[in-house]
Design a protein around this ligand. Sequence first.
Ligand code: BDR
Ligand code: CA
Length: 338
Amino acid sequence: MSPRRIIIDTDPGQDDAVAILVALASPELEVLGLTAVAGNVPLALTARNARIVCELAGRPDIPVFAGCDRPLARALVTAEHVHGRTGLDGIALPEPGVALAEGHAVDFLVATLLREPAGTVTLVAIGPLTNIAAAFRAAPAVIPRVREIVLMGGAYFEVGNITPAAEFNIYVDPEAAAEVFASGVPLTVMPLDVTHKALTSAAWLAALRGLGTRVGTAVASWCDFFERFDRAKYGGSGAPLHDPCTVAWLLRPELFRGRHVNVVIETEGTFTTGMTVADWWRVSGRPANAHFMGGVDRDGYFALLTERLARLGAAPARPGPEDGLPPPPVGAGGGPRP
Ligand code: BDR
Ligand code: CA
C-alpha cells in the first residue's frame, strides 16, 4: 500500500517535536511538508524548531514553511510557561542548517491540495488552526479536497488547560477553529480527554535513554523539561504527551476509542471562549462533524512511540561534540528512512 500523504501543521513545542519524529520514522506516512504556525512560541521560533526537529531526524529535505504569525482575529497567546523560552527547552540543539522553504505556509497548503488528487492529502494539525483556516478562506475550493484533518485540540470531560473552559490550541485561535469545525472536512479530534491519559512514565523515559541515540536522548530531555510543569500543575507522575496522539492514530487507530459527535466552538463566551462544545451525549440534534476521541491504550501508545523513535539514528551513546547528544551515524543525520 502506498504511504498516506500528510502535511503537519505545527507550533513546536516538545510534544509537537515528538509527533514529527514519529511521523518521519513511519513508512506508512509520507510527510509532504511542515507548516509552522504561531502558538506555543512566536512564529520565528516555531519555524526554527520545526527545522531543528527535521534535522535531528536526519530529514533536512522536508520543506518547512512559515505561516501565520498571529491568530485570525486576536492577539497571540503563547505558552513559554510550559515549553520554555525557545519552545524546545530541555536540551541544547544546533541551530538549523537548512533555510525555510520559500513562500508562505498557507500558499503551500493551497497549492498542494490543488495539485494532489482530491481526497489524498491528510492534514495533521497540532497547533492553533490559523494556517488551515486561512487556507480555507483563501481558496475554498481546497476544502472538499482534504482527505481528513487529524487534530490535537479541545476537551469535553477534561474541559480546559489554558483557561478553566478551553484547551490551548483552540483557545489561541477560536475563530480559526470554528471555521475548521464547520468546514465539512472529516475531522478526527484528540482532545485532553485522550491526551491526559497519555501520560509519560519514568520507565518510558528510561527506555528512551536506553536507546542510546540522539533522538532518544533528546525526547527524554524534552519530556523531563515539560514534566516539571505538568507535575506541579496536575500532581502525580508523568505528563501528557499530547500531539503524538494524532500520528499514532494514523498508524494504529485501534489504540483509541471515541464517538462521532457534533462539536462547535465557543467564540464569544464571557468565560468560555475557545471551549469545544462536544455533544458527547448526543442531545443537541446537530449532525456529527467530528470523530471525538475519549480513550487510549496508554501502554500500546508508548510502545508504538518507542518502536518508531528507535528507528531514527541508531547512533552509539557517546557524547556529541557540540550539542551534548550522541553523534549521528556516519552518512546520515538520523539513520536511514525505513
Ligand atoms: C496543546 O497545546 C500545546 O501546548 C501542545 O503542543 C499541544 O498541542 C495541548 O493543549
Ligand atoms: Ca502543539
